[in-house]
Design a protein around this ligand. Structure first.
Ligand SMILES: [Ca+2]
Length: 496
């Protein structure tokens, strides 16, 4: 009897212990998932089938969205490469690291020499946090946060680098592999995918992996693409965003859009290979797949071609240098990127989240997904959106802050505050270039209301809001870029 009573007591305590453990375990999977972070270059949210584009062929990405959570308002902090990538990795704004425009390898008539500029290697990155927690980490593809050795991706938490420190051609790339720079034959998008497939096949089964797959596509130049991807659009009549825009160069808009779509279909074809392999290896439920990009894009939107440093794609601008036609901007089309998160068996499927998310929100979210805590007193500008991924809808602030201090081609210091109703863009460098958009009545941002006396009080209110937002975070209204006399020297400019 005593033995039976003792056994019952032990069993009761055991179950109580089990219940307590369940209560204190964070609301993530028991073991951290593999993370496949697919990051394209210059990909607008509007250029995907599941985002209501019936012209483009993206069946694999559409499948990913159908099996995961799709964000319809995911914005990047700065609408060009390098500062956006800095915001992704550090959870802070590019200006805080002295990176406000895309980093150039060489100077020129209309751009500065920034070969010695890069992300501060002492910056906290979520990649390093994951590596320290036992993840096997790899970066495949484009880096663009400094070309000098001290800015090498392996100094920021990536254990394996197979890629290029700056841009690369769409075909026959030269890829840095360990100490070598090795020539490859074939399309760059295919070459990077082959390496991702190899890493997944040869993974260390005792550790979770992080593979950051940073495709160079669909960045210009778009061609060559594979014949099958090109053929899809050759004879297709496209729906153009705003063909009535005055003097729009419709021929160029059409040809550019076709090339852009073909490059994205090339990405889609490769994403399909990876999703198939995850299924084949039974890794779909233990691998979180993310698909997103570093900035949005315009092809005829607002009469522009390109991103935050877009230039007029009008007949009058044809043949003119960029410096004469560039239109610095922080339009939603330049900011809004695709964002899909799939975690089979853990997150909802086929869900769409329309809350406003920023690229600075990735850092705390990825740590939460991996079950890791932030450092004490760590400065981060973003917030953990894992609750939104799980379907929770309360407690999220939709205020968005964006910045772009352009200094190649032209100069402007754009700072924006965006609420669900309004967007105010201030240009702290150029007088009379501020903008106000009524996002409810004019989501396409076609009517700048900054001079409308009816909205003077709104401008004033938003301006106070913007300045307070910046002041509270110590953010600058001016760029921290290299002065002209410093170009080409060995100085790295920090924000402190
Ligand atoms: Ca980019």
């Amino acid at each position: 009897m005593n033995l039976i009573r003792l056994a019952a007591q032990v069993a009761r305590r055991f179950w109580i212990a089990i219940v307590l453990v369940i209560m204190v375990v964070p609301a993530v999977a028991a073991s951290p998932p593999n993370i496949l972070f697919i990051y394209t270059d210059d990909q607008a949210a509007w250029a995907l089938g599941h985002n209501d584009n019936s012209d483009i062929h993206t069946p694999n990405l559409d499948r990913l969205a159908a099996e995961g959570v799709n964000f319809s308002n995911f914005l990047v902090a700065t609408p060009v490469c390098s500062p956006s990538r800095a915001s992704l990795l550090t959870g802070r704004y590019g200006s805080e690291w002295g990176i406000t425009d895309w980093i150039t390898e060489s100077g020129g008539a209309d751009r500065r020499n920034e070969i010695d500029l890069g992300l501060d290697p002492s910056a906290n990155t979520w990649v390093r946090d994951l590596a320290n927690a036992g993840y096997k980490t790899a970066l495949l593809g484009k880096w663009h946060l400094g070309t000098q050795d001290r800015f090498h991706p392996t100094n920021y938490g990536y254990q394996h680098f197979f890629g290029f420190r700056h841009g690369e051609k769409p075909e026959n790339p030269t890829v840095e592999v360990g100490p070598e720079r090795r020539p490859f034959t074939g399309l760059t998008v295919d070459v990077l995918t082959d390496e991702a497939l190899r890493l997944i096949r040869e993974r260390d089964t005792g550790s979770p992996f992080l593979i950051s797959l940073h495709y160079r596509e669909p960045h210009s130049p778009w061609k060559p693409v594979s014949p099958e991807d090109e053929a899809r659009y050759a004879d297709k009549t496209l729906t153009l965003p705003n063909p009535e825009f005055p003097d729009l160069d419709l021929e160029r808009v059409t040809e550019t859009t076709k090339a852009y779509y073909a490059a994205i279909s090339g990405i889609d074809r490769n994403v399909g290979k990876i999703l198939d392999l995850l299924d084949e290896l039974n890794l779909a439920e233990s691998t979180l797949v993310i698909f997103t990009s570093d900035n949005g894009y315009n092809i005829g939107h607002h009469g522009l071609l390109h991103k935050g440093n877009g230039g007029w794609i009008t007949n009058a601008a044809r043949g003119k240098p960029i410096s004469e036609t560039v239109r610095p901007n922080i339009f939603d089309t330049s900011l809004r990127v695709p964002a899909i998160v799939r975690w089979k068996g853990t997150l909802p499927t086929g869900a769409t989240v329309d809350r406003v998310i920023s690229s600075v929100d990735w850092y705390p979210t990825l740590l939460a997904i991996a079950g890791l805590a932030l450092r004490d007193n760590q400065i981060l500008r973003g917030h953990n959106f894992l609750p939104l991924l799980r379907g929770e809808t309360t407690g999220w602030d939709d205020t968005f802050y964006g910045e772009y201090s352009i200094h190649h081609y032209t100069e402007a210091d754009l700072r924006a505050i965006r609420t669900p109703e309004w967007k105010l863009v201030r240009d702290f460098r150029r007088p009379n270039h501020d903008e106000l958009y009524d996002l409810k009545a004019d989501p396409g941002e076609m009517r700048n209301l900054i001079e409308d006396p009816l909205h003077a009080a709104t401008v004033e209110r938003l301006n106070v809001f913007l300045l307070e937002h910046m002041r509270a975070r110590g953010l600058n209204s001016q760029s921290r870029r290299l002065a002209p006399e410093e170009s080409g020297t060995n100085r790295v400019v920090h924000s402190d």
